[in-house]
Design a protein around this ligand. Structure first.
Ligand code: 3PG
Length: 400
């Protein structure tokens, strides 16, 4: 970004791709983390007198306008964050966006409507995506520039992330630069012990990262819904818990290969139903359970996991340990979070990887500053750690 600012942006159109994909409840934003993290790059461009056009997605609309996924609440929150009005275009690259783009004066900010309302954004056809990218270029004009700041989408080969970067002078925004710097620290020369905590519902989503990280870390702690497929693979019944039948064999292989670093829960909070007011009991993993569903790691496990984490010097955490949205099943996630906070106080380098874990931290009332870094990227940070090439970084020439 500094290179672009040094070139001068006053009066120039600058297209910024941000990741403003925030969780919504009705029309209300429940965690504005990504908006807050995206504001500084936009503010710098505003300060420098650019005509800023921001493009972003919200959710996964089906390539057509969907009122429930309008960026209107995001425009309002971004306005607050920047302390200036952010206009929202009524379309993506249509007549309203064009008219508004033409009317911008220096330092103005225009947010385009949800880029995924246009089916070309996520098209597998390069030519289709390029057409949308060209339409975006038209909005900023011939002397325009592109700033890629949506770290959470750099793993997507999409028009506003990848193709547009080929058509305009392109730069990494401050958020992308910071996120890459943090993740690089987790892949090179880490201070040991290095502990990774994984949770969330599906083993299949985390398989790549388990395979990539297990050989490199000292401890791989597994909680959340994904633990039940591992527990089943060890031969214990898990009642009606979340489980991926087709992944049992894979889990058996992983345990054979990496059994010395993988730590699984040894007790489980079992609920009679998936509800905040469910009746609960504690089951030992070795025995398993036939009825009910596991919704959190048990108290003994929290203690063991916390002990390991307190002693770690580098920690990456992705995925809650239980259904933290229900108070009765938040203890596991809270225990893990608090142990990481304590380790951080004692000098450990801790990174919380995006999405649900970031939301969990905030729902538990823990300030962001209690960790070394909270990533805005969920899938993007996992793919980075897997060692995959991320198209949105490669196109900028950013070294992973
Ligand atoms: C995310 O929420 O991880 C990013 O915004 C990417 O969203 P996507 O998975 O729908 O591409």
């Amino acid at each position: 970004l500094e290179d672009l600012l040094a070139d001068g942006v006053e009066g120039r159109g600058v297209l910024v791709r941000s990741d403003l994909n925030v969780p919504l409840d009705g029309g209300a934003i429940t965690d504005p983390g990504r908006i807050v993290a995206s504001a500084p790059t936009i503010a710098k461009l505003v300060e420098a007198g650019a005509k800023v056009i921001v493009t972003a997605h919200l959710g996964r609309p089906k390539g057509e306008p969907d009122a429930a996924l309008s960026l209107a609440p995001v425009a309002a929150r971004l306005s607050e964050e920047l302390g200036r009005n952010v206009q929202l275009a009524g379309d993506v690259v249509g007549s309203d966006a064009l008219a508004r783009a033409e009317g911008l004066t220096d330092g103005d900010v225009l947010l385009l409507e949800n880029i995924r309302f246009d089916p070309r954004e996520t098209s597998k056809d390069d030519a289709e995506r390029t057409k949308l990218a060209r339409a975006l270029v038209e909005l900023v004009g011939d002397d325009g520039a592109f700033v890629s700041d949506g770290f959470g989408v750099v793993h997507r080969k999409q028009a506003s992330v990848y193709d547009v970067a080929k058509l305009l002078p392109s730069y990494a925004g401050d958020l992308v630069a910071t996120e890459v710097e943090v993740l690089r620290k987790l892949t090179s020369d880490v201070e040991r012990p290095y502990a990774v905590v994984l949770g969330g519902s599906k083993v299949s989503d985390k398989l790549g990262v388990i395979e990539a990280l297990a050989p490199k870390v000292d401890t791989l702690v597994i909680g959340g819904g994904m633990a039940f497929t591992f527990i089943k693979a060890q031969g214990s019944p898990v009642g009606d818990s979340l489980m991926q039948e087709d992944m049992i064999g894979t889990c058996t292989d992983l345990l054979e290969k990496f059994g010395d670093v993988i730590h699984l829960p040894h007790d489980i909070v079992v609920a009679d139903k998936f509800a905040a007011d469910a009746d609960t009991s504690i089951a030992m993993t070795a025995d398993g359970f036939d009825a009910g569903m596991g919704l959190d790691i048990g108290p003994g496990t929290v203690e063991r996991f916390a002990n390991v984490l307190r002693g770690a010097k580098t920690i990456f955490w992705n995925g809650p340990s239980g259904v933290f949205e229900f108070e009765k099943f938040a203890e596991g996630t809270r225990g893990v979070a608090e142990a990481i906070v304590e380790a951080t106080k004692n000098g450990a380098y801790s990174v919380v990887g995006g999405g649900d874990s970031a939301a969990a931290v905030r729902a538990l009332g823990i300030p962001d500053e209690a960790f070394s870094h909270i990533s805005t990227g969920g899938g993007a940070s996992l793919e980075y750690l897997e060692g995959k090439e991320l198209p949105g970084l490669a196109v900028l020439g950013v070294e992973q």
